[in-house]
Design a protein around this ligand. Structure first.
Ligand SMILES: [Zn+2]
Ligand SMILES: [Zn+2]
Length: 141
């Protein structure tokens, strides 16, 4: 179903997803920074690693839910600024480890390769939905 012309209202205030450090609530990424990747083949890619579990559970397993997100290089990623190839990503606020990056690429748990990879673990960040209000809404009468 395509309803391109449904309404002009509300386009400015659709929720945006932001990601915060779970510890100090600092915003570490926004929806627009997220680099999406195609789901990999799951088990297939990891077959060499998990051969035994395939025999136990059968082969037609769906790719697992990605346990992390991949983003663009961000300002707070100090190690990136220093020109390192691969390093941990620490929250600039509380120094909690949020993930890691690698310019050469990393493999998501779903099996997909992301290159370059700036990975944030979902377990270390909070996903929040905020409403970006249009200018006319910012000063209530
Ligand atoms: Zn993935
Ligand atoms: Zn933090």
């Amino acid at each position: 179903m395509e309803e391109a012309n449904s309404s002009n209202v509300g386009t400015e205030s659709k929720p945006q997803t932001i990601y915060r450090c779970k510890k100090c609530r600092r915003i570490v990424a926004a929806e627009e920074n997220v680099v999406l990747h195609e789901r990999g083949q799951g088990e297939k890619c990891f077959r060499w690693k998990k051969r035994s579990s395939i025999f136990l559970k059968g082969t037609d397993t769906e790719p697992p839910e990605c346990s992390s997100i991949f983003v663009e290089p961000m300002k707070w990623m100090q190690a990136v600024e220093e020109g390192t190839i691969g390093e941990k990503l620490q929250c600039i606020g509380c120094k909690a480890r949020l993930g890691s990056f690698n310019w050469v690429g990393m493999q998501c748990n779903c099996g997909a390769w992301v290159n370059p990879a700036f990975q944030l673990h979902k377990s270390r960040i909070d996903e929040c939905h905020i409403y970006l209000t249009a200018e006319q809404d910012s000063t209530p009468n």
